[in-house]
Design a protein around this ligand. Sequence first.
Ligand code: SF4
Ligand code: SF4
Length: 217
Amino acid sequence: MIISEPKPWEEIVSHLKKGEKIFIVGCGECSTTCKTGGEREVLEVKQKLEKEGYQITGFVIPKAPCVSAQIKLELSKNKKAISEADSILVMACGLGGQSVKINDRQQKPLHIATNTLFMGGVDSTGLGFFEYCSACGNCVLELTAGICPITRCAKGLLNGPCGGQNKGKCEVDKEKDCAWVLIYEELKKQGELDLLKEIKPPRDYTKKIHPQALILK
Ligand code: SF4
Ligand code: SF4
């Protein structure tokens, strides 16, 4: 899922004009899970904005605002409230924000209430979010015991560890485990240490040229 955090309140309101009329778009998927754009957060922001003299013409929390079909439907259901607004405040990730921009027929100016941080997994408490994959376009998990060196090694090394690991901790951030020591331990358990002898060639960075697209046939 896409992990986001709320922007500081002062930053959000610094972009609003006095008494601005605002329609709010939340997100029922990732931003609900990381508590940046679910119902509770949308209602809290609505209340705070109203208290500061802004008028909220309405709000909607599509299941996934990054999916065009969904956001289009929700925006059209709320056509009147959006037409009464000066702008739309998006409480979703950067994908959600741009999807609103692409699909809002009224082309209202956008305000963005979150910072999008990374693609991450959620731990069993539901409160911890961890970056495990950077979508490099050429997955090597098969060779690294299911632990991603591109994302979890601070240097993104394809052949590790570097000389800096100390007692299993990373030299860049001593609080974090060295990903390559984790990979070594895991491969050892699996009797697959030979995989470490294969020198992996440099990454194919053409797989990360932006913007990317995938069109299924
Ligand atoms: S190697 Fe890492 S960054 Fe690349 S696709 Fe696999 S998990 Fe994602
Ligand atoms: S200590 Fe380990 S995780 Fe840190 S940069 Fe070196 S190889 Fe990567």
